[in-house]
Design a protein around this ligand. Structure first.
Ligand SMILES: Cc1ncc(C[n+]2csc(CCOP(=O)(O)OP(=O)(O)O)c2C)c(N)n1
Length: 485
């Protein structure tokens, strides 16, 4: 392989691919005070406790008594491997929402790691607001745990009833395209999207990295992708986790991003690295948007993205029965499947759950302690409560022309030719004219050939890559009427 000419902007390292040890990161710095660090880590541990609670428990939610087999769900179904990295990412972004008053939502590509998203919606209070019986107390927590992946309860993926979720994630591959869809014509929004390294191997995901060529920094918001390199899909390693650092870096530069790496397993330094990296990315996004909006020139920047290389099932027991668990494929779904019958594993699960110190994270009545509650954003700034991601709260009716106006008059049958699609094209042209900021037509390359070309009378193609004068409908990087062209 020839070495790419552009050198990685990260620390020199060998080709080790296991994410163990203190953090290595492109962005340096330790922005968190000791108090912030302690609280963020405690919030993360509370989240991980909730994830395990959802996977295993139907009773004894805060382990106020020794864990017994009758507290365990009869059928264990769900995913642990993805959860720690997803919670970690979500929690760090919360701090930036607070600091910069960001309008943001979260999309979970590996939506099978739903406990991560659900734990966040519960801790920030949205879940109990939407479903009052899942209250923030012991009884509510018990119901919250039990309903997960349980008959009559909720699914094991980020299903639509999850507050703040617009992406179920069961069929892998669409997280990034959904994320870009949310920010088109939504200039204030940042969509944080976790992309699984397994998910990255699907065709839809692989091509959707290119969506940045359609993103206008003046009229659109921004997407912050976090590629979650936890190393495995189900039983197999992922390709992106097993290529060299240089290749990985070059790949994402080639896709038009600036990749920032955060790699490791040691929590303290990982928190500092993630905090510094995410803040850097948010400031980069703001810089790009300010420049484009002040000059009125739409350009295509090298948008920031994060590559998070953390162990699969991070913080799980390292080894069980002579096999590695944390950091390996065995951590993908429910790690200890026989706790209802195997007392040794039951005790192991109990000590694992207790390692997150539920008695220090939750008050007597079962609610998160105030110091940790204070870390979550408030009101609609909570990603789980953002109206953008909740059931059409922001839906606006289109201003519609009267469709009858477009009827083709047929005076005598079989004497006259009219195409159905060009006729629809005229209708869509007028819908677009009346709703320039709220209506788009997407087409891979078939708009003209399928005879919808009338829409170009109103708006040109959106395209932030290069264009040549002979391209049809030149002036591509503008949407007519949207900004200075
Ligand atoms: C299109 C598609 N192919 C296969 C699967 C089966 N599947 C479920 S989870 C999974 C692994 C996903 O790996 P990754 O995206 O890296 O998520 P994580 O490791 O964080 O769980 C696969 C292949 C699926 N859900 N969708």
């Amino acid at each position: 392989m020839t070495t790419p000419s552009r050198k990685p902007e990260t620390v020199p390292r060998d080709e080790t691919i296991i994410a163990y040890g203190p953090a290595r990161s492109t962005v340096k710095g330790t922005p968190l005070s000791m108090d912030e660090l302690r609280n963020i880590d405690a919030y993360w541990q509370a989240s991980l406790y909730l994830c395990l609670g959802m996977l295993y428990l139907m009773d004894n939610p805060l382990l106020r008594e020794p864990l017994k087999q009758e507290h365990i769900k009869p059928r264990l179904l769900g995913h642990w491997g993805s959860d720690p990295g997803q919670c970690f990412t979500y929690i760090h972004f919360n701090q930036l929402i607070n600091k910069y008053d960001l309008n943001a939502i979260y999309i979970s590509g590996p939506g099978h790691g739903a406990p991560s998203v659900l734990s966040q919606t519960y801790l920030e209070g949205t879940y109990s607001e939407v479903y009052p019986d899942m209250s923030e107390d012991l009884a509510g927590l018990q119901r919250f745990f039990k309903q997960f992946s349980f008959p009559g309860g909720i699914g094991s993926h980020a299903t639509p009833e999850t507050p703040g979720s617009i992406h179920e994630g069961g069929e892998l591959g669409y997280s990034l395209s959904h994320a870009f869809g949310t920010v088109f014509d939504n200039p204030d929004l940042i969509t944080l999207v976790m992309v699984g390294d397994g998910e990255s191997e699907t065709g839809p995901l692989a091509t959707s990295w290119h969506s940045n060529k359609f993103l206008n920094p003046i009229t659109d918001g921004a997407v912050l992708p976090v590629l979650h390199l936890n190393g495995y899909k189900i039983n197999n390693p992922t390709i992106l986790a097993r290529i060299s650092h240089e290749e990985l870096y070059a790949l994402f530069v080639g896709y038009g991003y600036t990749p920032y790496f955060v790699e490791g397993s040691e929590p303290e330094s990982m928190h500092q690295a993630m905090a510094a990296t995410m803040e850097h990315c948010v400031l980069e996004i703001r810089k790009v948007q300010e420049k484009a909006r002040q000059t009125g020139e739409a350009f295509r920047p090298r948008w920031p993205m994060i590559i998070l290389r953390s162990p699969k099932g991070w913080t799980a027991p390292r080894e069980v029965d002579g096999h590695y668990l944390e950091g390996f494929w065995r951590a993908h779904q429910v790690p200890l499947t026989d706790v209802a019958t195997n007392v040794v594993h039951l005790r192991l699960l109990e000590s694992w759950m207790r390692s997150y110190k539920p008695e220090e994270r939750f008050v007597e009545q079962g609610r998160l302690i105030p110091d940790l509650k204070a870390l979550a954003p408030k009101g609609n700034r909570r990603m789980s409560a953002n109206p953008v991601a909740n059931g059409g709260l922001l839906r606006q009716p289109l201003d519609m022309p009267d469709f009858r106006k477009y009827a083709v008059e047929v005076k005598k049958a079989a004497t006259f030719l009219a195409g159905n699609v060009p006729t629809v094209g005229k209708f869509l042209r007028d819908v677009m004219r009346l709703n320039l900021r709220n209506f788009r037509v997407f087409g891979p390359d078939e708009t003209q050939s399928n005879r919808l070309e009338a829409i170009y009378e109103v708006a040109k193609k959106v395209w932030l890559a290069e264009y040549f004068p002979e391209d049809t409908e030149a002036n591509w990087h503008c949407r007519a009427g949207s900004w200075k062209c």
